[in-house]
Design a protein around this ligand. Structure first.
Ligand SMILES: [Zn+2]
Length: 144
């Protein structure tokens, strides 16, 4: 069994696919505490940003920045967190997480100890996020 065979992000989408191209995919992550959370997942099994060549890195980050812009527009958070960890799933992916001052973990990371009870918050549907992303991606790529 190869590493890729055992890898969750090689065998599963990792969320509802909102957009994809030949290199990466944007998926919506169902999370009641952080509605609008999404991930950009590199399709090829690599662990680190420096496993990509310069062109690939630029492409991945333009997709991440477009996802951040889409989350800002569609979810209207107080802050957006971008994170690439991969300690549990060492397959290159970025988290785009909308944050609110009264969310469960603010001001700590969402992976830390909860600071308060969850607040009820509704988020954007996948279609709203997808269309905001497509517009933002055109802006990001157009400014290169
Ligand atoms: Zn993988």
């Amino acid at each position: 069994m190869s590493v890729a065979d055992a890898c969750q992000l090689c065998s599963e989408a990792g969320g509802d696919i909102l957009w994809q191209d030949a290199f990466c995919r944007l998926v919506l992550v169902p999370d009641a505490d952080y509605p609008g959370s999404c991930r950009v997942i590199w399709k090829r099994h690599v662990a680190e940003m420096t496993d990509l060549d310069a062109g690939e890195r630029g492409h991945l980050m333009s997709v991440v920045f477009a996802a951040e812009a889409a989350v800002r527009r569609a979810a209207r958070p107080d802050k957006v967190n971008l994170a690439s960890l991969g300690n549990r799933v060492p397959h290159l992916h970025w988290h785009i997480v909308p944050r609110w001052r009264d969310d469960r973990h603010f001001p700590d990371s969402i992976w830390g100890q909860a600071a308060r009870a969850a607040s009820t918050r509704s988020g954007p549907d996948g279609e709203a996020l997808r269309s905001a992303f497509v517009e933002a991606l055109a802006d990001v790529q157009g400014s290169n």
